[in-house]
Design a binder for this molecule. Structure first.
Ligand code: NAP
Length: 497
């Protein structure tokens, strides 16, 4: 659906200048051309006029389109526009580029800005920009603005992404386009030569590529633990005693599933760092590549951590909501009624009270530390931290969160692991299953801190190598001589964050 639906961009008919945020274009201002009068062209026109540019728009049918543009813009034929402007935006779909063949001569020696996107991921190439460059060999093609939507162009610097990726083979042409970006309130980012344009074109078509695996892992873990908890808490009492606890499915079962997923995901954040450290210790070097799957896993730790945080937050919200449910209130009334009948003596179980108080307190602390980790992963926050601070938060505090989460689960389980009544269908209680991975990660982290491993790992991460029992390289920054390649990073290096 066209974004602007053929309505004038500037309300109040042709006299749109009243609504522009910046000064009007003056006769001495640079002249920019746009070919095409669609959504993108109209949004761009509005922004350029507001930024003080003189504008000439080329259309196949200028009379029809003139009312849709600010009155400061000249709407004329494509030939006129191409002849007048030195920098021309091509705001057409690539399948219509061939209709511009007659403009080769007027566009020779000029900068052509290709703003087009592909309809679907184009991995084979050539890119639209390269096709345009082939069509106009005497023009200088720059790929830019395709990552910015017509809506963002209208909002300008006020909302939406401000980054404009641009690429092209001529430094001068790129600078000319970058200048237009800056004047329009955007941040030009030079992505390289025109050969990168395929990547730049595909960029808006990606759907959270770095989140796919973490989200799938979260959903898979959720499905697994939900079914496991369902079997334990709903199916087992139904099958063995005929008790109907199906009302637990929307809240109770979800609420015991979420912390399980959160803790396992948090363990999955720290496991690849341990595996990487183990590999480095085994190989005696940090200069051989990790397997591709481990590399990818290491790169997804932030997303896994944020998924873990989301599950922990939902667990907290569900836990707070449980007292509001009708089933809970009925449960309380029934317990009170039973107690009245049994007499007042059986009301206080000291051990269970302590267990619950500690369980809740440690859970809150775990959520607090996880929140810190999540906040520090925001680019605006992480950009303000130096490497040591970032590593301290993500690695040291991360392990604190893992310890607290594990403790929270242990307190939940208490002594139930030793009570046969909790082994439904011969399956251990969920918390035992959940604890396996975090405990393994914590033990692994402890093992890396042992004197037999820690100094060796530290040396390896500073460039020391061992081959065939001989130390073939040893470079210590500063006093150790040589630079090493860890750039002064902490011992944790990249792999343990
Ligand atoms: P649009 O609204 O459909 O406009 C395309 C323009 O191309 C039309 O207004 C028309 O202008 C011209 N045109 C249409 N059919 C033609 C044909 N058969 N032959 C020659 N010219 C024809 O599309 P748009 O949304 O503005 O997108 C234009 C380009 O910008 C596309 O390459 C798109 O990928 C890119 N882009 C769009 C956005 C966005 O948010 N819309 C964002 C980034 C990039 P005349 O009738 O005046 O000639």
């Amino acid at each position: 659906m066209p974004l602007l639906d053929k309505k004038p961009l500037i309300r109040g008919g042709g006299g749109g200048s009243r609504h522009l945020e910046a000064s009007m274009s003056d006769p001495g201002a640079p002249l920019v051309g746009i070919l095409g009068t669609g959504d993108f062209s109209r949004s761009l026109a509005r922004r350029l006029v507001a930024s003080g540019y003189q504008l000439v728009v080329g259309s196949r049918n200028p009379k029809r389109s003139v009312a849709l543009f600010p009155e400061e813009a000249e709407v004329t034929t494509q030939m006129e526009a191409a002849s007048q402007a030195r920098l021309v935006f091509v705001a057409l779909f690539p399948e219509h580029y061939s209709t511009l063949a007659g403009l080769k001569e007027p566009l020779a020696g000029k900068v052509l800005v290709d703003v087009s996107n592909s309809v679907r991921l184009n991995l084979a190439g050539p890119s639209n920009a390269e096709l345009l460059a082939d069509m106009f060999p005497e023009s200088s093609v720059v790929k830019a603005f395709n990552t910015v939507s017509a809506w963002t162009l209208q909002m300008g610097a006020m909302d939406g992404s401000r980054q404009v990726l641009l690429c092209g083979d001529s430094r001068q042409s790129k600078e000319a386009v970058a200048q237009v970006c800056r004047s329009a309130g955007f941040l030009p980012v030079d992505a390289g030569l025109l050969s990168v344009s395929l990547e730049v074109e595909n960029q808006p078509l990606h759907l959270f590529p770095s989140w796919r695996v973490p989200v799938l892992a979260t959903l898979a873990l959720f499905a697994f633990f939900y079914l496991y908890n369902f079997a334990h808490g709903v199916l087992h009492p139904f099958v063995t005693k005929g008790e109907r606890h199906f009302h637990k499915m929307p809240i109770d079962t979800v609420n015991v599933t979420l912390p399980s997923v959160a803790l396992v995901l948090l363990a999955l954040v720290y496991l690849p760092g341990l595996l990487a450290a183990g590999l480095q210790l085994r190989r005696g070097t940090k200069y051989s590549r990790f397997p591709a799957w481990l590399d990818r896993w290491l790169l997804r730790r932030k997303q896994l951590g944020l998924c873990s945080f989301a599950c922990a937050v939902l667990h907290a919200v569900y836990s707070l909501a449980i007292p509001m449910t009708r089933s809970h209130r009925y449960g309380l009334l029934n317990d009170a009624y039973k107690q009245v009948k049994a007499g007042p003596a059986v009301s206080w179980d000291e051990e269970q009270v302590w267990r619950m108080e500690m369980y809740v307190s440690v859970g809150i602390m775990a959520l607090g530390v996880l929140s810190l980790l999540a906040v520090s992963s925001l680019p605006t926050v992480s950009n303000s931290l130096n490497w040591r601070e970032f590593s301290f938060i993500q690695s040291s505090l991360g392990y604190v969160a893992l310890v607290l989460g594990t403790l929270h689960t242990l307190l939940f389980g208490w002594d139930r692991a030793f009570d046969g009544a909790h082994y439904h269908f011969y399956l251990p209680p969920t918390f035992m299953l959940v604890l396996a991975l975090p405990c393994a990660v914590l033990l692994g982290r402890g093992a890396l801190a042992l004197p037999c491993a820690a100094p060796r790992l530290a040396r390896i991460r500073r460039g020391w190598e061992e081959k065939c029992g001989r130390h073939i390289r040893f470079t210590m920054p500063g006093g150790g001589g040589g630079g090493g390649s860890c750039n002064g990073q902490s011992l944790e290096d990249m792999t343990d964050v």
